[in-house]
Design a protein around this ligand. Sequence first.
Ligand code: MGD
Ligand code: MGD
Ligand code: MO
Length: 821
Amino acid sequence: MTTRRTVLKGLAASAASSLLGPSLLTKSAEAATSSAGTWRLTGSHWGAIEALVKGGKVAEIKPYENDPNPTDMVKGIKGVIYNPSRIKYPMARADWLDNRENADRTTRGDNRYVRITWDEALDLFYEELERIQNTYGPSGLFAGATGWRQTGMFHTCINHMNRGVGMHGNYVRKVGDYSTGAGQTILPYVIGNTEVYSQGTSWPVILENADTIVMWATDPMKNLQVGWTCETHESLEYFDEMRDKIAAGELRVISVDPVRTKTNKHVGAEQFYVNPQTDVAFMLAIAHTLYNEGLHDEEFLNIYTLGFERFLAYVQGEAEDGVEKTPEWAAPICGVDADKIRDFARIMAGGRTQLLFGWSVQRQQHGEQPYWMGTIIAAMLGQIGLPGGGVSYSHHYSGIGVPQTGASMPGAFPLNLDLGKVPEHDNTNFNGASAVIPVARWVDMLLNPGGKIQHNGHEITFPDVRMAVYTGCNPWHHHQDRNKMRKAFQQLETVIAIDYAWTATCRHADLVLPACTQFERNDLDTFGGYSNTGVIAMHKLIDPLYHSKTDFEIFAGLTKRFGRSEEYTRGMTEMEWVKQTYETTRSANEGRFDMPSFEEFWEQGIVKFDRGENWTRHADFREDPEINALGTPSGFIEISSRTIEKFGYDDCGAHPKWMEKVERSHGGPMSDKYPIWLQSCHPDQRLHSQMCESDEYRATYAVQGREPIYMSPEDAAARGIEDGDIVRVFNDRGQLLAGARVTDDYAPGVVRIHEGAWYGPVDASIGALDTYGDPNTLTIDVGASKLSQATSANTCLVEIEKFEGDAPPVTSFGGPTEVSL
Ligand SMILES: Nc1nc2c(c(=O)[nH]1)N[C@H]1C(S)=C(S)[C@@H](COP(=O)(O)OP(=O)(O)OC[C@H]3O[C@@H](n4cnc5c(=O)[nH]c(N)nc54)[C@H](O)[C@@H]3O)O[C@H]1N2
Ligand SMILES: Nc1nc2c(c(=O)[nH]1)N[C@H]1C(S)=C(S)[C@@H](COP(=O)(O)OP(=O)(O)OC[C@H]3O[C@@H](n4cnc5c(=O)[nH]c(N)nc54)[C@H](O)[C@@H]3O)O[C@H]1N2
Ligand SMILES: [Mo]
């Protein structure tokens, strides 16, 4: 099959100059640059953008003209490039530079840094790697953290670090991620695939065939503003269609969420408030209703699933706790009237129903359970594999549901060693400890070297880690329970952070290396997420600012210290890598999708493929469950799992169950002391912590210079809090200041502070007041269960009070205090 390609025009002048390099710049290109400036196209998590570059500076940034739904966040990009928080040159923590592994580690975070040269910095980096490998071996080094590196396939900074450090020696790595840790662990046992990172039924199929869409704990219009690769925002168009269909009475959409979401406000869905963290009780009562009213699909359960009887005995109260999971049982837990629960079950069974789950609801204690229940309800409805029916766990992410073109996309810089090569320190002896740990357990690892935990059927032994290297991630935003973390960090003799901005991670590091931003390098990227819409050229806008370097240059410099720079770079320059990556993609698509020469591509900016075909998830399984068996142990949907049962865990058993949380609002544990549930969802106006530093943009949402905390009028009034007040939010783990935003989008007892707010404690002491409003100052750091050991960030209770007196200034931004030794 050959598909016509559409090449989008424009932006040619800028592109050509980037390709040729400075020495070959033509006179006309230079002239264009000097007067009116040049518009250059590049890609980003926030979509394709065009930047006006004048006199070597970015003067203006606007969304790519063909972006159908640009995000407001584009307004924040310029403020990221030019920002007082940029890391200008390599720096070392004052106490550490003096005393290295004998330095006082309790002063980490006091923000005193000494400027050093790149040569000194890379020598120190290398010396520390040597010292750790020689003293402790690979179990002494943790370099496995990952995060939302800026876009661009070649410059993917995580790969640069893994390859560069990996050439020197082995180290402790992580498995899983913060996004979907519980979901990606449970669903392969239940439905044979992580589901969270898999293509879903095409939106046009859903919108055409579904009678009811249940948006369960999901806010796609907020979360689809960004993508893992260059976002096209094609998927956002479907929400206009959804809105129109609801208005025309052709579609019913119900949002099950303790908050009225951005998506709901756009499409006008029915709001179904449920008490936080109680979805499983609600779902068990739905299952009870479906079964006892004969609304379930017996035939589907017989043909496609295993283990229903056992689950049913639990629901009917004939086994285990002996409690029948009636709507009357669930109502006081989940806060939904028994009759409304029954209605809900009947609506779902009354027509074609598509369940769409977000990820937040599995980022809580026992986060596996609501996901498992989601599949069971869909199986009881018997619509899995039908167009507009069944269950999805991914339609809010990176263009999932936009029909996929099927084209091959560019690959990233190789993170592994070249074939047949071994690291300088080829030691694979981890001293009896595990070489891979579940990602969200690294603070427990630091606090309990030699300690053991269960994980997904295996025992993990925590290594004795002494050094950590972080790049493309910000653990002092992404991990839970700041004060526990501060203590754990004292275990580390050396922390190296590579970033372009002075994040809290850099402020708690010993050696800080300035990478440049993606706008200061040439690259290419997938255009669109799972849609594989095309390939985009990422034209460098300006040269690296200050003394910053690309991650490629940084690790070329590090590997040079042990004589392996050539192998690291393969003797190729940035542009040679970009071109080679493009050519590899072009060959992979040969005969299927035409792609122009590299030179043409670079000039044109975007190669777009024809839209893919509509597709229905699990249709093949429905068609023939023997030939197209699922990846579960049995090949069928496992409503009960013998494999999980054999692990013998008390917090994730043979089938999903309602389990109480260590902290739960609305009458649950700890709610006497801390009555309010804090959810730390993903920000509408940031990508995690990225862009928080962008001052002008932050001013559009901050409240008296603090991160907003959204709360209901009832909770505000009960505490004498008014919209715009500074409040103190606290629990036994920590305290922070935030700015009150009072809105009836939030149910009473439910508040939100978006994750990614920059941590800014008043001082470096344990328990210090955070002046800006990082919710992870308050969140709990426990594993979701022994199965996944995932983050439980959304299991968190707090109390709030109006802050009286003079609020301390925000300390999060603007970089370190420079001192000299
Ligand atoms: N309470 C709570 N916590 C959460 C979550 C939650 O819902 N609630 N969500 C979790 C989830 S799902 C996620 S994915 C994580 C996100 O956690 P992270 O991925 O750690 O968050 P980011 O803010 O994107 O951090 C990326 C860092 O990399 C830097 N960076 C970007 N590009 C480059 C580059 O090219 N080179 C270098 N050297 N550095 C670069 C950025 O400046 C930034 O500091 O947070 C998790 N934490
Ligand atoms: N703008 C923007 N978009 C992003 C990101 C970003 O940082 N900014 N990050 C990206 C990444 S890395 C990820 S992992 C995804 C995250 O995607 P998700 O985890 O799905 O997103 P969240 O915004 O955290 O939460 C979605 C909804 O879940 C609801 N919710 C939370 N807890 C419960 C509960 O107990 N029960 C019910 N019924 N509802 C609940 C919240 O109220 C919210 O409306 O987003 C991606 N998209
Ligand atoms: Mo994530």
